[in-house]
Design a protein around this ligand. Structure first.
Ligand code: FAD
Ligand code: NAD
Length: 465
């Protein structure tokens, strides 16, 4: 068996793993990364990037459809818009291919050795990789587990046939006439909205009392309203019971206990993701677990010396930017730098229509931490920029300490607000006070002015509301 030795071995080339390997290579560490799939992991190949491409294409088509039906007010008309999903998918695949090649190029530039195959621990310092051409043994001083996550399957709706997960939804070549989405969280609503905009009749079956239960109701209300406009039916406090006999029907138990049959050429199951903790020889190690995630400390160290874990395999929030930040930190720790997880917030964005952003604490979370608060909320209905973008629904809300005015949390819902995430996170990370944001000159006309206005409002100094 072929054998190599290295200082750092990274298992999994998703955003956690590849960022870790690039930084390690840049720092001069002899680094190897293993993955059986294309570089980029879930995020780049079957997650963040392809889903955002599809969401964009669906929005373009939806806007054109509104123009064709005379429902838009900007004075543009078009005739007979169509969407060719085969071409849309080819465009999306082009982006994914370009980015994946880009990651491979960056790894190479950093001097990282890439091994294509499936890795399994033999012990804490030795990993066996099954490659296309045989087996390879890798001995490493430090190992990073970055094996990511995979969709949760419902026993009553196993994947296969017309029951699909996000990966299959992102590879569809025609728009189904009817689509049932089981799970009204991130993926279900991002993709469900996209398919509704492309012409599918969509029903969302959500077990909780409302959609996107991770966000507060003020933030999700505009999303629910827009879904209703798009003709999406939402069944909350409802349970999918399985496929009904006969083609294209999903059996659902409604909130009142009554049974319903939902038309569903495809059933998209998006009820969460689970960490990949099997298939890489976990039994050969002695790893403490946190429920079904690998337990880590503030340096991403596991309970075994020299073994680190990062990204989705280590817990919530299962987001690409958390994985990347952990990956970068671990590379520096292995290189001997003094680093520990000291982030004040990990922003979250839901790319629905309208989009939702949340950074730091919600009013409820801040209150339950015992804080007296100052809260300012500025509506996009008073924003010139929102009006010129053709959508003035939603708001920016800022949550600050009543005593020091230090900003604890910022949330927004509205068209295009995802791009405000950087300003929100920066303010929290830098310990900004309401006065800092209120006193910063914000360019006009931009949606960012609404952040400044929300801070002014919290101070009782609002100018435009
Ligand atoms: P992953 O990206 O899952 O990568 C793990 C890698 O490990 C994979 O490439 C896998 O092949 C490899 N691997 C596993 N086992 C082995 C083994 N034994 N040997 C070798 N290699 C192995 N997050 C966001 O922040 N923003 C978004 O907009 C967003 N959108 C999403 C949309 C969808 C549809 C999905 C499914 C997810 C989305 N996410 C989003 C979540 C994001 O994709 C994950 O949080 C992120 O990919 C986690 O990174 P990771 O490095 O931990 O693992
Ligand atoms: P999720 O946790 O966001 O949503 C799952 C939803 O399914 C929840 O609302 C839950 O109440 C519901 N549910 C659970 N069991 C159910 C059942 N039996 N019947 C009906 N509903 C049920 O999970 P997801 O949408 O699968 O996404 C997985 C993860 O991927 C997210 O938690 C997030 O970390 C990541 N992600 C992030 C983004 C983004 O950042 N924009 C986008 C997509 C995915």
């Amino acid at each position: 068996m072929k054998e190599i030795a290295c200082n750092l071995l990274v298992i999994g080339a998703g955003p956690g793993g590849y960022v870790c390997a690039i930084r390690a290579g840049q720092l001069g560490l002899d680094t190897v990364i293993v993955d059986m799939a294309r570089p980029g992991g879930t995020c780049l190949n079957i997650g963040c990037i392809p889903s955002k491409a599809l969401i964009h294409a669906a929005e373009e088509f939806s806007a054109a459809t509104a123009m064709a039906s005379g429902k838009n007010h900007v004075g543009v008309s078009v005739a007979d818009p169509r969407i060719d999903l085969v071409r849309t998918m080819a465009w999306k695949d082009g982006i994914v291919g370009r980015l994946s090649n880009g990651v491979a190029g960056l790894l190479k530039k950093a001097g990282v050795k890439m091994v294509a195959g499936s890795a399994a621990f033999r012990d804490g310092k030795t990993v066996e990789v099954a490659t296309e051409t045989g087996r390879q043994l890798i001995r490493a001083r430090h190992v990073v587990i970055a094996t990511g996550s995979t969709p949760v399957e419902l026993p009553s709706l196993p994947f296969g046939g017309n029951v699909i997960g996000s990966t299959e939804a992102l590879a569809m070549t025609s728009v189904p006439a009817t689509l049932a989405v089981v799970g009204g969280g991130y993926i279900g609503l991002e993709l469900g909205t996209a398919f509704a905009k492309m012409g599918a009749r969509v029903t969302v079956v959500e077990a909780a009392e409302r959609i996107l239960p991770h966000y507060d109701a003020d933030l999700t209300r505009p999303v629910a309203r827009r879904l209703a406009e798009l003709g999406v039916e939402i069944l909350t406090s409802a349970k999918a019971r399985g496929q009904a006999s006969g083609p294209g029907k999903l059996l659902v138990e409604r909130a009142d206990g009554a049974e319903a049959r939902i038309a569903a050429d495809k059933v998209l199951v998006t009820v969460g993701r689970r960490p990949v903790i099997d298939g890489w020889g976990r039994d050969e190690l002695v790893l403490d677990m946190d429920s079904h995630f690998i337990r880590i400390d503030d340096q991403c160290r596991t309970s075994m010396q020299g073994v680190y874990a990062i990204g989705d395999v280590t817990g919530e929030p299962m987001l690409a930017h958390r994985a990347m930040a952990q990956g970068e930190m671990v590379a520096e720790i292995v290189a001997g730098h003094s680093r520990a997880w000291d982030k004040r917030c990990i922003p979250a964005i839901c790319f629905t229509d309208p989009e939702i952003v949340s950074a730091g604490l919600s009013p409820e979370a801040a209150r339950s931490a015992g804080q007296a608060l100052k809260i300012g909320q500025f509506p996009f209905s008073a924003s010139g920029r929102a009006m010129t973008l053709g959508s003035d629904m939603g708001f920016v809300r800022v949550v600050a300490r009543a005593d020091s005015h230090v900003v604890l949390g910022i949330q927004a819902v509205g068209t295009g607000v995802s791009e405000l995430a950087a300003a929100f996170s920066l303010a929290i990370e830098m310990g900004a006070r309401l006065e800092d944001v209120a006193g910063t000159v914000h360019a006009h006309p931009t949606l960012g002015e609404s952040f400044q206005e929300a801070c002014m409002k919290a101070l009782g100094l609002a100018l435009h509301a």
